[in-house]
Structure formats: C-alpha cells, structure tokens
Design a protein around this ligand. Structure first.
Ligand SMILES: Cc1cc2nc3c(=O)[nH]c(=O)nc-3n(C[C@H](O)[C@H](O)[C@H](O)COP(=O)(O)O)c2cc1C
Length: 226
C-alpha cells in the first residue's frame, strides 16, 4: 500500500539553486537539496530535466545554492519557482555575486550560500540528481532562520508545481474529500490556487492580512473558481 499523505511527513529545506554565468544565468526553487557525505562535503540537487537550470548545470558543471530565510519575499519564490528562465531573465534587478566557477549566486533574502562543482550526474527519470562537491560556502546573515518546506506549506500556504520531485497529484490522496463543500480560490495576479481540500483552513477564515504565498497579492485579489 502507498499512502501518499505519509510523504508529507518528510521534511525539507527550500533553496534557490542557480547556474550559468554572467551572460546567461538562472536559478530555480528547490526543496530537494541536501548533504550526502561529510568527507569530502558533497551535496545532491534534484533538478527536473525540463528546468532551464538543468541545461545550465550540465553546461557549466557547477551550481550555487542560496539558503533563503523564513520571510523571503513571495516575489522571489514566484520568480524562481513558478517561472522559467526559458521565458524571462530571472536574475534581472537582483543582488547577484559570481562564484569561483563563474556561476551566479542569488543574495536576495539569502542567509547562506554554497557553491558546488558537479562530480556526478544521475539520471533518475524525470529528474537529474546532480552530485556536487563543495567549493565554497559562506554565511550572509546570521540573524534569520532558514525557510523550511513545512513552513512554506503550512504557514505560508504555498504549494509545489509539477516540476518539483515531491509534487503529489491530489487525486492520489485518499483523504481528499469528494463533494464535501471545499472550494477553490484563484489568485488573479499569478494564478495560484488556494484549494481548501488541501489546506487546514477555509479561505474565508484566513486573516485579512493573509497574502498569496506565491506573489504576495492580497486576499481580496482572489476569486472563487470551480
Ligand atoms: C516549493 C517548490 C519546490 C520546488 N522544488 C523543486 C525541486 O526540488 N526540483 C525541481 O526540479 N523543481 C522544483 N520546483 C519547481 C521549479 O522551481 C520550477 O519548475 C522552476 O520554474 C524551474 O525554473 P527554470 O526552468 O528557470 O530552471 C519547486 C518549486 C517550488 C515552488
């Protein structure tokens, strides 16, 4: 038996994984970045083959990881997690520094960053798992806490799009109530859907100062959809 709800009990962080160079740089939001060995320090990053960043990591053989803080601007999550560098220059206007390998490192809302050189690429089907060896790491802001995937989901009411390895089609959830009066509300700014069936709180009961977890639009910018 596979109870997909059990997968929500796994904890993750939330990061911006970037690659490329000064001429062509890009990054994506990832919750599947983690350390795999201590000596030498090696890390894994799971990246959808369709992500523009996957092409850049393959080209440059390196990537950076920005650890973002709990109050990260929703626009940053929206820019890196819901848009593709195939259509837009995601780094435009941001605070960027370039690493030893030349990859961009996003400093906006960043509390620490790492830079890794790819030593192995594993094809895991829909995604590549890039194994990287640590080249450099630095704390940027020691006063703030890192954003976790749980905080993003439970407190900020964020969701993960289909490209995320941990995306779960809600039809697979045994506990998804059918015809139980749950409603859906769409953000008219970015299209994010607040689906009451997947949340702990009904939309009407959310506080007035609640904002779209993706783009930061106000609650009043949402419309009910079927
Ligand atoms: C919360 C969250 C977690 C995500 N985690 C991953 C991940 O671990 N791996 C991945 O490939 N995509 C993940 N995504 C999706 C990518 O960030 C998204 O598809 C992005 O637009 C790809 O950008 P790119 O095409 O510019 O590289 C995640 C998105 C969100 C919002």
């Amino acid at each position: 038996m596979i109870q997909f709800e059990a997968l929500f009990k796994i904890t993750y962080g939330l990061y911006i994984v970037s690659s490329g160079n000064k001429n062509k740089g890009n990054g994506f939001i990832s919750n599947t970045f983690f350390q795999v060995t201590a000596e030498p320090p090696r890390f894994a990053s799971c990246c959808n083959k369709d992500n523009f960043t996957a092409d850049l990591i393959k080209e440059t053989g390196a990537f950076s990881v920005s650890v973002v803080h709990k109050d990260t601007d929703p626009e940053i999550i929206s820019r890196f997690g819901y848009k593709s560098g195939k259509d837009t220059d995601k780094l435009n206007g941001l605070k960027i520094k370039y690493g030893e390998t030349g990859v961009p490192i996003v400093l906006n809302d960043c509390i620490a960053f790492l830079e890794c050189k790819v030593i192995q690429t594993i094809d895991v089907g829909t995604h590549y798992m890039f194994i990287g060896e640590l080249l450099q790491s630095e704390i940027v802001d020691d006063t703030k806490e890192a954003l976790t995937y749980l905080h993003y989901r439970k407190v900020r009411k964020g969701a993960a799009p289909k490209n995320a390895p941990t995306y779960i089609d809600k039809s697979k959830l045994a506990s998804t109530p059918v015809g139980s009066g749950f409603k859906k509300f769409e953000c008219t700014a970015c299209g994010y859907i607040y689906d009451e069936a997947e949340q702990d709180i009904k939309f009407a009961e959310l506080p007035d100062d609640w904002v779209c977890p993706v783009c930061g639009s106000e609650k009043s910018d949402f419309i009910e959809v079927t």
